[in-house]
Ligand binder design. Structure first.
Ligand SMILES: OC[C@H]1O[C@@H](O[C@H]2[C@H](O)[C@@H](O)[C@H](O[C@H]3[C@H](O)[C@@H](O)[C@H](O)O[C@@H]3CO)O[C@@H]2CO)[C@H](O)[C@@H](O)[C@@H]1O
Length: 792
């Protein structure tokens, strides 16, 4: 077996050699420029990377870059078997790797294969299962969806979807949500909870699974990924950041290739995964699609290159279910665990015995198998699962008081889009409730497997990222209960029949109309929608329903439950529509959260985590039948609207309140120095990317008459010296709860990465010199304060 250097490799920085070819060096013993120092020599690792390793000569110029057959050999060039870099023990992973190394030394090759191979579809208690290794006390690992709680748990909390959590812009609620999900998973004996979701990011507003994640801004999604991971793992379970990467649509997701340019990859799609890795996420799920023609689950560049080397990911990569295509290619490409271990028919098995044979024949090295198993074991030790972990029991009642988080996220994620003054409600004499979405699914709240229908009130999308509701408080239930205490009469039409609304809605002081839009995972088709939405219109003739009610009532409030943006122009053209309440996806606390906002016990504080356009074509991206070249590059969602100078209907970050906030006194200070990131790699990337290099503050005052919370948002524009970039990019936010007349300080701490762009030539993050535009405001188009940060 080859000797390995016990160093962790830094990402490469490409430097131009005397011959003009791009070459590279990096890692421990690297000066941060083109040079290896202190007895280290620059050795080529593969097509993407080189590293400074202990050697006889100090290298002074990248032009002398050589390949080497040193005993401290690096991963081989693409084409040959991949040789892993071991061990990776840095930071909080060090102790876990030490334990994993001890364990590995005691087990057989078959044991290692068992650790990294699923037992097959439907062959265990969880959606994914491996085999135990008794000699080291290692259990049958239980992997279970998903991003909003324990799928198929019989008495678990159905937490709010990621997109609702994002709409709160409340880091504490997001973290608590993760912590509670982790606690429930552990209570059920689930070792790996398959979330959070950072891909799809949401470049397509129609994308079927966007609602599982945190929206199309990488910074907001990155924060969501980081704190959810931290919350989940603080409860003693392993998180799984998925789906890595470029799985932006459901249509043809398992045949198409996503061709993403290097800068776009780094600045958009990789960004949230980097944050999850920085938070020590235990596992990453590779996606169904190809990337630049190579299956994501065997892509050396994105798995070994980007994820493991550049981001310093210490955990393991598992396949999405049935996303593995080859035995050897996946192993050498960087995949570490196959799930579920067979195809859905149980006929095709690519690891298990096949992995054993491939190792025996030398197609896959023993060191690679050790690396896979060690990564899995290290994640198990890292999360403390080697002691006192409960037995698998998906029937355990683990809900505790977690519904408080569901209600808080459902409520604080409600975005008030329009209000002429009808809200908050003031004890109306008669309320009309209209629409099938006002009430529970009459066939039963969990009657559709994996929520694969849009019948009754909508609380989440459909697919593997769902959980069964333990109960469901529909809007009509909660409004009726509240109305009773106020002496309000409620009339209800629980269908979408436009012809009969008059008898319910005319004469009511206010008429609430409930409309929806749904989407989900492509293995289920609902009402002709095969995952991705076919359009951005409300379902069930929602526009016509609102129109019919507005014909007979002057105080119409439209409540929207939706997986993502819908086009509201038809509704907004109706003068009798006095308010639009964007209630998102509230899960089981739907009605309670809505009542909190409608009646003003809580002022709305949610802000849109995506843009609502005037027309679907305004987004500038579309679902592809074949491959997707990502030709829009960096310009998705508000980045596109800003660049193309298109007015959205409601911009990213927008949301009204029952009070007013004034902004004053911007300060901006920075210690940032221009140039590339340097230093060793820690989980997430080069260490200095996470250094705080600038602070921006603003004073926010509640100048209205009721208490409320404001999400102050920080956007930056790169200086002219940087390559073309979006006019503004979110780089900070903070939510302040303020009593009437109270003042608070919004403080934004910017990391070096927040001021950087990805330099393709240098293969590094670079802080450009010059003047950065700094804007703080209530949305991406309501920028109240502006200033600059100057970097020399
Ligand atoms: O659940 C683990 C990951 O699985 C992926 O989704 C799969 C989903 O979990 C599974 O229920 C579904 O199975 C169906 C299968 O596709 C279909 O061919 C067969 O006829 O019926 C099966 C049962 O309904 O397959 C999904 C993949 O196609 C998710 O992408 C991932 O996020 C999950 O974590």
């Amino acid at each position: 077996m080859q000797l390995r250097v016990a160093v962790f490799l830094a990402a490469a920085t490409l430097v131009q050699s005397d011959q003009g070819a791009w070459q590279q060096c990096g890692g421990i013993g690297w000066s941060g420029d083109t040079t290896c120092v202190g007895g280290y020599a620059c050795v080529k690792s593969n097509d993407y990377y080189s590293q400074c390793i202990p050697g006889s000569q100090e290298q002074t110029s990248a032009s002398t870059l050589t390949t080497s057959t040193s005993s401290a050999a690096a991963p081989s060039d693409t084409g040959g078997p991949f040789e892993p870099d071991v061990p990776h023990a840095v930071g909080s992973w060090a102790a876990a790797y030490s334990q994993a190394s001890t364990a590995i030394a005691k087990i057989s090759q078959q044991d290692k294969v068992n650790i990294v191979s699923g037992v097959g579809w439907n062959k265990g208690p969880c959606v994914g299962n491996t085999s135990p290794v008794g000699s080291i006390g290692y259990p049958q690992l239980c992997l279970q969806d998903g991003p909003l709680g324990v799928r198929y748990g019989s008495s678990v909390t159905a937490f709010t979807p990621g997109i609702q959590a994002a709409a709160t812009w409340d880091v504490d609620l997001m973290r608590q949500r993760g912590q509670y999900m982790g606690a429930e998973a552990k209570g059920c004996g689930v070792h790996v909870l398959l979330g959070p979701v950072g891909g799809p990011l949401g470049k397509l507003p129609q994308g079927g699974r966007n609602w599982e994640g945190f929206g199309p801004d990488p910074y907001l999604t990155g924060v969501g990924m980081a704190v959810t991971t931290e919350g989940m793992q603080s409860s003693g379970i392993q998180a799984c950041a998925k789906h890595y990467i470029g799985n932006e649509q459901e249509l043809n997701r398992d045949s198409m290739t996503s061709n993403i340019d290097d800068r776009t990859m780094h600045e958009l799609y990789l960004w949230p995964f980097a944050d999850a890795v920085h938070s020590n996420v235990a596992s990453v799920m590779c996606s169904y699609n190809k990337l630049n023609g190579t299956w994501a689950c065997e892509d050396d560049k994105v798995l070994n290159g980007l994820l493991k080397k550049e981001l310093g990911f210490q955990g393991y990569v598992m396949s999405d279910w049935n996303a593995q295509h080859t035995t050897t290619g996946s192993a050498n490409g960087g995949m570490d665990m196959t799930m579920p271990g067979s195809d859905y028919n149980g006929r095709t098995v690519l690891w298990g015995p096949q992995l054993n044979s491939a190792v025996n024949s030398g197609q896959i090295s023993k060191a690679r198998l050790d690396d896979m198993a060690k990564r899995v074991l290290a994640a198990w030790y890292l999360t403390g699962q080697d002691s006192g972990f409960p037995a698998i029991n998906l029937k355990a009642n683990v809900q505790g008081n977690h519904k408080d988080n569901v209600r808080a996220v459902a409520r604080d994620g409600i975005v008030l889009l329009k209000n002429t003054g009808v809200l908050p409600l003031k004890k109306p004499g008669k309320i009309a409730l209209i629409g099938s979405a006002a009430v529970k699914n009459p066939k039963g709240i969990n009657s559709c497997t994996d929520r694969g229908c849009n019948t009754g009130a909508l609380g989440m999308g459909w697919g593997s990222g769902t959980a069964d509701y333990p109960y469901f408080i529909a809007p009509a239930d909660a409004i009726k209960a509240r109305a009773q205490t106020d002496g309000t009469t409620v009339s209800l039409q629980d269908n979408d029949n436009t012809g009969s609304v008059s008898s319910t809605a005319s004469g009511a002081d206010v008429a609430l109309v409930f409309i929806t839009s749904d989407s989900g995972e492509g293995y289920i088709t609902v009402e002709g929608v095969a995952g991705d939405r076919n359009n951005l219109d409300p379902w069930h003739s929602g526009n016509e329903l609102v129109q019919a009610v507005a014909n007979v009532n002057k105080n119409v409030i439209v409540v929207v439950h939706s997986v993502g943006p819908i086009i509201l122009e038809t509704i907004l053209a109706l003068p009798n529509v006095q308010a639009i309440v964007w209630a998102g996806l509230p899960s089981s606390e739907s009605g309670n959260a809505l009542v909190d906002i409608l009646y003003g016990s809580t002022s709305p504080s949610g802000k849109l985590p995506y843009t609502i356009a005037k027309a679907a074509g305004d987004y500038g991206t579309s679902q592809q039948r074949g491959d997707d070249n990502y030709s829009e590059g960096l310009y998705i969602d508000y980045r596109h609207f800003d660049k193309a100078n298109i007015s959205p209907r409601y911009e990213f970050g927008f949301g009204l309140s029952y009070t007013n906030f004034t902004y004053s006194s911007l300060t901006a200070t920075s210690t940032a120095i221009s140039g590339p990131a340097t230093g060793s790699v820690i989980p997430g990337g080069r260490a200095d990317l996470f250094d705080a290099v600038a602070t921006v503050t603003a004073t926010i005052t509640n100048s209205g008459s009721v208490k409320g919370a404001e999400v102050a948002q920080l956007y930056i524009g790169l200086p002219a010296s940087a390559p073309a970039a979006p006019p503004k990019q979110l780089r900070g936010f903070t939510k302040l709860n303020l009593a009437p007349g109270a003042t608070g300080t919004a403080t934004f701490n910017l990391r070096r990465k927040d001021l950087s762009y990805w330099d393709v030539g240098r293969q590094n993050w670079v802080v450009p010199s010059g003047s950065f535009a700094v804007s703080v405001g209530a949305s991406s188009r309501d920028l109240r304060l502006t200033g600059t940060i100057t970097v020399a």
